[in-house]
Design a protein around this ligand. Structure first.
Ligand SMILES: *[C@@H]1O[C@H](CO)[C@@H](O)[C@H](O)[C@H]1NC(C)=O
Ligand SMILES: *[C@@H]1O[C@H](CO)[C@@H](O)[C@H](O)[C@H]1NC(C)=O
Ligand SMILES: *[C@@H]1O[C@H](CO)[C@@H](O)[C@H](O)[C@H]1NC(C)=O
Length: 622
């Protein structure tokens, strides 16, 4: 049986490669139609009437001891237009700090009691016409962290919370706007994403990643996505908030601190610790790769402004941070909810990222290569056979050394889609091979077939790179660069590099590739693969390329000795270090991944947490 299949395969391979050859030669300018932009089937939509969804909206006001602030805040909320909806008001009033029970009460205790009474009386008298009013008066001082975290436990996927601290003032238009936002970005299936956790109404101002970009937005940007939470008027979506509460619970209970290196907010946490909640939320959002919707109304205008009154966040009153947007500043674009696909996405460095680039066709590949190439060079990273932790660590290093000109190739999996969602461009091998007519092979669950697929996909991507005139590196994930130098082409005397360690490197220059093969690279490659299939154990992409190049006269091939610039790690622990000419670590494909992790830890280049997130945010100005 196995023998018969082996005989069959070369033929199939040759056929499918030839199909590709004709296809690329004669049809490459015809655009692909791609009805299903996002091949990830795992977005669960909310079963609701999309035009008029039935949801619960709770306003959560967090108050303490500032009556003037609170009354301004509540009045602005009551003055808003709620259409004919029911909206509930929940006021959480923190208590002043109690002294030590054994000690005599502080001198000002009567004044504080009096202030609390006045606040409660005001809230009791305050008329809330559009829904229920619920007051939660604490017995002790819990601080902002517990005020936020305990403000809400969603009772369904159709309940939303809009959290306002007492020194905020909202626009009369705020609810109409948020309602429209919920309908368009939560209940509209084409715009819904489970990794959007809410929307901030404050004017975007702050970039928490150290040395990040200035928060520059062009005038045409009305909505955008940004990882940072905005504490001045934040709408929370139910599911991510629940997830956060559970995550917080776990970490807090186990004494794990929300340390995320490279963030200004981590500095705050180290100084004032549990007084604030944002470092916890930020760490959670970073781990999950979630996003918040923001608005950009220009001219320092916003639907929610902070008066920055003296209190926990401000030693003395700083005044309003923005101008309130009301009917008088209304313009027709205001209600225009752009489709999600038109919006830009920014990380904690305010670097634009591009989620959901899952390449399933040649045309898509071409445009992704154009967008990632740097100095006309692309690095093709094969994820086949590598463990998730090792790959995540590799990508943390790419971020750290600002290496962005790569595409990842792997087979369809939750993990691969997750990488795409976080902004890493991926090629979905099976769907891609299917789209170029090589699917018969793909569908066979045979390790030998898997090996061929891996070689095939490398060839297709490489071919497209060279055709697009980009120098290309093909590498496996069994290496870890600590600088981008190894990928900077240095020696114009050579057309190709082939790594001595099998599957570490292959590189090609576009001009030489055309010089060598003209346009029929793929069919030459197919023929070579075919001739090698008699002893498949020796088959690998690097091996086939070496064989192929051997047959060509005049091609200048350099055998690259990886040890000249890289450090080979293996089972024995010798006293090694990176840097000083050793710009990468590499290892054999069959080295056990826990051992790889151990060695990389010893070298100080294991920068991924156990939950697969990078230990640090590292910004580069762009
Ligand atoms: C909306 O949902 C609430 C609670 O789930 C329910 O009681 C109410 O009947 C619903 N209203 C409509 C119009 O479906
Ligand atoms: C959902 O959003 C898309 C893109 O913004 C839009 O074209 C479509 O009309 C919306 N559907 C509904 C029911 O509003
Ligand atoms: C490893 O190197 C360090 C410093 O470079 C040295 O102190 C230590 O003795 C070395 N260990 C071994 C086992 O060679």
């Amino acid at each position: 049986m196995a023998g018969r299949k082996r005989h069959l395969l070369p033929l199939l391979l040759l056929v499918s490669l030839s199909v590709l050859f004709f296809f690329t030669c004669y049809h490459s300018s015809v655009p692909f139609s791609s009805p299903d932009r996002n091949p990830n089937p795992n977005f669960i939509l909310h079963p609701q009437n999309p035009d008029n969804p039935n949801f619960t909206f709770n306003v959560k006001v967090l108050a303490y001891n500032r009556l003037d602030s609170l009354s301004r805040c509540l009045r602005s909320l009551a003055a808003a237009d709620y259409l004919s909806d029911r909206v509930h008001l929940h006021v959480h009033i923190d208590h002043f700090a109690l002294g030590d029970a054994a000690a005599p009460p502080p001198d000002d205790v009567d004044r504080k009691l009096h202030e609390s009474r006045r606040i409660l009386e005001f809230v009791d008298r305050f008329e809330w016409k559009v829904g229920d009013k619920v007051v939660h008066y604490r017995t002790a001082n819990v601080g902002l962290q517990a005020q936020w975290l305990e403000a809400w436990w969603p009772s369904s996927d159709h309940e939303f919370a809009f959290v306002v601290e007492d020194d905020l003032e909202v626009s009369p238009l705020y609810y109409k706007f948020l309602r429209s936002l919920i309908v368009n970005y939560y209940y509209n299936a084409s715009n819904f994403r489970p990794y959007i956790y809410g929307a901030s109404l404050q004017r975007p101002r702050f970039v928490p990643g150290k040395h990040g970009n200035k928060l520059n937005l062009d005038d045409g940007t009305r909505f955008f996505l940004y990882q940072l939470v905005g504490t001045w008027g934040q709408l929370l979506f139910p599911k991510p908030w629940k997830e956060f509460r559970l995550w917080y619970d776990k970490h807090k209970s186990k004494g794990i601190k929300p340390i995320l290196d490279g963030m200004v907010t981590t500095g705050w946490y180290k100084r004032i610790g549990e007084k604030i909640w944002t470092p916890w939320f930020i760490k959670f959002i970073h781990t999950r790769g979630y996003f918040n919707i923001y608005t950009n109304f220009l001219h320092e205008r916003a639907l929610s402004v902070s008066h920055r009154d003296a209190g926990v966040n401000y030693g003395k009153t700083a005044g309003p941070d923005s101008h309130i947007l009301d009917e008088s500043s209304f313009d027709y674009k205001f209600w225009d909810m752009q489709p999600l696909s038109d919006l830009k996405w920014y990380d904690f460095c305010f670097r634009e990222i591009f989620p959901e680039r899952v390449v399933v066709s040649l045309d898509e590949l071409g445009s992704v290569l154009n967008s990632v190439q740097k100095h006309n060079t692309v690095i093709i990273v094969s994820l086949f056979g590598a463990k998730e932790m090792v790959i995540r660590n590799l990508l943390c290093h790419f971020e750290s050394i600002n290496l962005l000109n790569y595409v990842l190739i792997g087979s369809e999996s939750e993990f691969l889609f997750d990488l795409a969602r976080r902004g890493h461009p991926v090629v979905a091998t099976n769907r891609f091979l299917e789209s170029v007519g090589a699917y018969k092979l793909v569908s066979m669950q045979d390790p030998y077939v898997q090996m061929i697929n891996e070689i095939l996909i490398k060839v297709y991507v490489l071919q497209k790179c060279l055709e697009s005139r980009y120098s290309s590196w093909v590498v496996d994930a069994n290496m870890l660069p600590v600088s981008s130098d190894p990928f900077v082409e240095s020696d114009p005397l050579y057309d190709f590099y082939i790594g001595k360690s099998s599957e570490l490197f292959f590189a090609g220059r576009p001009s030489s590739a055309r010089k060598v093969w003209g346009n029929d690279f793929i069919s030459k490659f197919a023929a070579t693969v075919n001739s090698l299939l008699v002893k498949p154990q020796s088959m690998s992409f690097g091996y086939v390329m070496a064989k192929l190049l051997e047959q060509k006269r005049g091609v200048r091939v350099k055998n690259l000795d990886e040890t000249s610039f890289g450090l080979r790690i293996d089972n024995s622990n010798v006293n090694q270090s990176l840097g000083d000419g050793k710009q990468m670590a590499f290892w054999s494909n069959d080295m056990a991944s826990d051992l790889v992790q151990k060695r990389l830890q010893e070298l100080g280049v294991w920068i991924v947490n156990d939950d697969f997130s990078c230990k640090a945010v590292i910004c580069h100005q762009s």
